[in-house]
Design a binder for this molecule. Structure first.
Ligand code: 3HC
Length: 293
């Protein structure tokens, strides 16, 4: 008998975790959001509140919906609260050893029929599932950034994911108001397999001096009608994330066409990770972002 999803757990109160909690709360699900840091949880709830207030201002949701959704989202510093969850979405750091550690703490807390979804953007779902006690109830559920705005969720079945888990999760995504694209479990799935090499190519274009930061972003915004230029988008997503996806593609597909641009590596080594550290291809420490090259 398939589990009916009523209560959702979210692990990780970063940008993606808080966005996922936001979407689930608005769709009427009870949500528990977990992080090791109380400060991060506090910041996440403030971000969710602020983003919902913006949606009210733009008349996308009502004040009543905002209030009710906020009431449904409960912070938790420990994982025992997940015992009451039907689905737990892991949105921890994109590092396999971190995710494995999370699962080892999470699994003993869960009911045997609960589903674990990973928001991993590039790591093999089959491999992650194998690190849990329930590979058949494990699935990739990849939200796009920002989760509250982007219409898509990628669903990725691991080799062992059963049909009930897949159908239940698909129905859940539809209830969130998202459109699902199903991807096979190969490195970086569909969106990042296509998007990240484009971003990496934009960085090569900068590295080789074909264009400036502004020229490259203007070219793609106005010339290809992308909502953000590729370097702006790289800063938005996080340069560490871009690099880790490129490394996953390079190693996983063993093809030199995916080699990360040395300039991307250099920015990450400098700790210039984009918006989250205030510096990336743009410097965000003043009101108007200024290119850093
Ligand atoms: N939460 C809630 N609402 C938000 C929001 C947030 N965090 N950020 C923006 N919004 C809403 C605004 O309220 C506004 O709503 P409206 O259309 O109803 O008025 C709408 O989004 C547009 O916002 P703004 O007018 O402030 O800003 P922009 O028009 O510049 O849009 C953007 C912002 C939606 C982020 C747009 O620039 C965009 O679509 N950028 C590309 C994003 C993208 O490609 N994401 C995918 C990245 S890849 C990925 O996520 C995979 C991962 O694994 C790396």
């Amino acid at each position: 008998m398939a589990v009916k999803i009523k209560r959702v757990g979210v692990i990780g109160a970063g940008h993606m975790g808080s966005g996922i909690a936001h979407v689930c709360g608005l769709a009427g699900y009870g949500v528990v959001i977990n992080d090791l840091s109380a400060d991060r949880l506090k910041a996440a709830l403030a971000t969710i509140n602020g983003n919902m207030a913006r949606q009210v201002k733009r008349q996308r949701i009502t004040e009543e919906q905002r209030k009710n959704a906020l009431k449904r989202i409960v912070p938790a510093e420990s994982m025992d609260v997940f015992a009451s969850c039907d689905l737990v979405i892991e949105a921890a750091t994109e590092k396999e050893e971190v995710k494995r550690k999370v699962y080892s703490e999470l699994c003993p807390m869960l009911r045997s029929d609960a589903i674990i979804g990973s928001n991993s953007s590039s790591i093999s779902i089959t491999r992650l599932a194998a690190a849990t006690d329930r590979p058949e109830h494990f699935i990739g559920i990849h939200f796009m950034n920002p989760p509250a705005v982007m219409e898509l969720v990628e669903l990725i079945r691991g080799i062992a994911t059963d049909d009930e888990t897949f159908e239940t999760t698909r129905e859940f995504c539809v209830n969130l108001g998202k459109t699902v694209a199903v991807s096979e479990d190969f490195p970086a799935f569909i969106v990042n397999r296509i998007l990240m090499p484009m971003i990496n190519e934009a960085i090569y274009t900068l590295y080789e001096g074909v264009g400036t930061v502004e020229a490259i972003d203007t070219a793609m915004r106005l010339g290809a009608h992308h909502p953000m230029g590729p370097l702006q988008l790289a800063d938005f997503v996080g340069l560490d994330t871009c690099l880790s996806v490129m490394q996953m593609l390079y190693e996983g597909l063993a093809d030199s066409k995916y080699r990360p641009c040395p300039l991307l590596v250099k920015y990450v080594e400098a700790g210039w990770l984009g918006r989250k550290t205030q510096r990336g291809f743009y410097d965000y420490r003043q009101e108007k972002p200024v290119p850093t090259r």
